[in-house]
Unconditional design. Structure first.
Length: 110
């Protein structure tokens, strides 16, 4: 009877130690994940700043003029075309919308 009680106490003691070790292991894993989360949040913030910088209208305009040699359009080079929507009761196939853009280089007249 005494050996059975000793075995039961030993089993409970081993179970307690095993659970404590498992809890400590889970705690270390949680801390690693928290550190990784912080690093990923920093990387996300850096990428957001980079996207914001790269998509800034001033930067795009500067790159267009300096690298691509583009210039702002002159008076009369941009023509806005209004396209009226088709009526829904039309049974025929809708014609695709066509938009034309004209480019007049320097020294050319429209």
């Amino acid at each position: 009877m005494r050996t059975l009680a000793t075995l039961a106490v030993m089993a409970l003691l081993l179970l307690y130690v095993w659970e404590r070790v498992d809890i400590v292991r889970a705690g270390y894993h949680i801390e690693r994940l928290k550190s990784k989360k912080v690093l990923l949040q920093r990387e996300r913030d850096e990428l957001r700043v980079k996207v914001s910088t790269l998509t800034a209208p001033e930067r795009i305009a500067r790159a267009a003029t300096e690298k691509l040699g583009m210039i702002p359009p002159q008076q009369g080079q941009v023509i806005l075309v209004k396209v009226e929507p088709e009526t829904p009761d039309s049974d025929r196939l809708a014609d695709p919308e066509v938009r034309l853009a004209k480019s007049h280089g320097p020294g050319r007249t429209p």
